[in-house]
Design a protein around this ligand. Structure first.
Ligand code: OFO
Length: 167
């Protein structure tokens, strides 16, 4: 099998950093929800952060399997405060939309280089991004319906607290 090109190796390494950045952003949101006593939403964000580490590790392992060299990048400081639960979930959705764009670009690069194993590996991420945008988007819509406080918020919080880990 041909080796990973340096360009693709660099782009995959950057994606590891983006996935770890996602984990960091969701962990910051988890901390915000903990401080708001919205423990269900905190739980949802904690699991999301753990999933993101799993995403990073998929690419980490792939680079190693292709005899490439993993190089980790710097992660930006995430926000501490959010205006409301809706604001946090809207930012989560916007973040996922950004990540979808990055995955698509990565796929285009693998396609340009006819690197079929990378294309196959990235197909998992393309499917995953559909799920990621859908799940954050659903919560955004539900939060818009119920407003910023009251019983609806507590019911949604309880529901999000029932999220199960994928592994
Ligand atoms: Fe890795 O899916 Fe979110 O960012």
């Amino acid at each position: 099998m041909p080796a990973l090109s340096k360009k693709l190796e660099r782009a995959l390494n950057e994606q590891i950093t983006h996935e770890l950045e996602s984990a960091y952003v969701y962990l910051a949101m988890c901390a915000y929800f903990e401080a708001q006593n919205l423990r269900g939403m905190a739980h949802w964000m904690r699991l999301q952060a753990q999933e993101e580490v799993g995403h990073a590790m998929k690419i980490f392992d792939f680079i190693n399997d292709r005899n490439g060299r993993v190089e980790l990048g710097a992660i930006e400081k995430p926000p501490v405060e959010f205006k409301s639960p809706l604001d946090a979930f809207q930012k989560a959705l916007a973040h996922e939309q950004k990540i979808t764009g990055l995955i698509n670009k990565l796929y285009d690069l693998a396609d340009d280089e006819d690197d079929y194993p990378t294309e196959v590996m990235l197909q998992w991420f393309i499917d995953e991004q559909v799920e990621e945008e859908k799940s954050a988007g659903e919560v955004v819509e539900q939060l818009k319906l119920i407003g910023t406080q009251g019983a609806g918020l507590l019911i949604l919080d309880k529901h999000l607290g029932e999220r199960k880990s994928e592994d």
